[in-house]
Design a protein around this ligand. Sequence first.
Ligand code: 6R9
Length: 657
Amino acid sequence: MTEQSPALDNLLTESRTFPPSEEFAGQANAKAELYATADADREQFWAGQAERLSWDTKWSQVLDWTNAPFAKWFVGGKLNVAYNCVDRHVESGHGDQVAIHWVGEPGDTRDITYAQLKDEVSKAANALASLGVVAGDVVAIQLQMLPEAIFAMLACARIGALHSVVFGGFSPTALRARVDDAAAKIVITSDGQYRRGKAAPMKANVDEALQGAETVQKVIVVKRTGSDLEGETPWTEGRDLWWHELVDGQSAEHKPEAFDAEHPLFILYTSGTTGKPKGILHTSGGYLTQTAYTHNVVFDHKPGEDVYWCTADIGWITGHSYIVYGPLANRVTQVVYEGTPNTPHEGRHWEIIQKYKVSIYYTAPTLIRTFMKWGDDIPAKYDLSSLRVLGSVGEPINPEAWIWYREKIGADKTPIVDTWWQTETGAIMISPLPGVTSAKPGSAQRALPGISAKVVDDTGTEVPHGGGGYLVLDKPWPSMLRGVWGDEERFRDTYWSRFSEQGYYFAGDGAKYDQDGDIWLLGRVDDVMNVSGHRISTTEVESALVSHPTVAEAAVVGATDPTTGQGIVAFVILRGNAVDGGDDAVQELRNHVAKEIGPIAKPRQIMVVAELPKTRSGKIMRRLLRDVAENRQIGDVTTLADSSVMDLISSGLNSGK
Ligand code: 6R9
């Protein structure tokens, strides 16, 4: 039999279930009744969830869907998001509770209480205001996992400015595209970052990105690596400011202003099916309601008792929703770790869990598979008995990894929550509830109370149990995206046109119901790859490749990869139709992609070919290239304009070229 993707493999083999223990169920935040309560009156249910927050003005209407697909939640309500994540916890007497146990890669640590967080966020808010930043302005943030990243995001929220966080590993070109698209006024970055024990420059990349960027007035630089870097931090007088010089002297008093529930909170760029990333827009009241609700029920979080750790980077939506907004709204005590999981050794995560007695741990399947590869003996050396809930996000988790996670990390007893959601959904949508659901390894199972999801066929008709098709969200939800920055048409086209008749949101994922009606996610159905849980579009990598002077044409596919989920495999035609690129040329192309997009987009493999398989209408048939990339027998070639092309590609590759 040919190789199956891990997700499909699940469906064929997995039948074990893991019910919650009575003990866990008894103390769980969410009980089974929650589904029925939510179904009975969804708007009433969400109004109840919004009560988790502190509102300056109460809403007059829960949902206005009259201008679909543009939703308005908690119409007329006013709140300050940063106040909800910080000040109110100090006011309720928890100022001394640690909000953040920060762990630096070299081993330095900082514990930040809610009282300190309030001061830091207030000072940063005053600093931004002193630079003329006002509500509605955009602040770009390219920072590694430093407390200042969180201060900066909350400072923006506090004054009503939108942040646009750009992943620290993104190239100058990628940063610039995002700065320009949103007309960012301020950029916040650091001098350098520690990566695998070494200090790498950051500011120099930002400077390269900002050459000639007209909208940027100031660049604020957090000092992190300092003298460890070779030479001085590059500096533009009049534009650049050190964070500590600007922020430290500010007043720690700042009055948070209440903003409309629909006031924009942030933009976060994500890959779509075209080369240009989309700026996903999220707003305030609904977003904070759903992130807080899901963080409470899915992770069973108990404020003041649990120690929570989400290993995502704040450059991704998981970092936004499950490090910053949801957890802090719920008065979390959390670990924030700056570095890579194998620095200085492969037990780093377990050592941190042992030290801080982490009780809730949320990570990605790609990392779980990496831990498996490193060996069972590594976690076995640490005391992980504090753990009581484990989470997974970013891609389908294969049953083998799920079982390993539960047995080796969770002492064969912790519930695992496999959470399906997207940058666009803002918060978790499909997931087991840890005290309610009998978990099935590999399945995200069921839409959360208050959420509605369906698996439908091509015509938008729901498939029967056992059937497969597309995942859609058939009812609006509070943390849904409110648009694509500056591109209403793209918003409608990408998400709402596929099933426009029914008014369903098209998620871009394939899915299946099992015989019990539980949902299994099967991966993307569009041209978006998922590499270690990061979304990268095939077109994005293709355009990076063809921007190199030696490349005439390129086609990129995501091939199944045992560790990263998918690996990027590129097929390129060189100019002048040279058939042998040579190792150096191929290496140069890989580096070129890393430079254009970022190291995460570096192809695992580049194959130089003489032709690409195309249909008569000129569309590249990626399906066939995927067969080649995954060493499978090549599928149906009848729609190719020239069916001998595949023979040519295969024979060229077999001869070692
Ligand atoms: C949160 C996040 C979204 C895409 C999504 C899907 C995949 C995420 C998953 C999952 C199966 C899960 N995905 N969680 N697939 N099971 N539990 O990852 O957002 O970066 O926007 O990616 O990731 O394909 O469509 P984002």
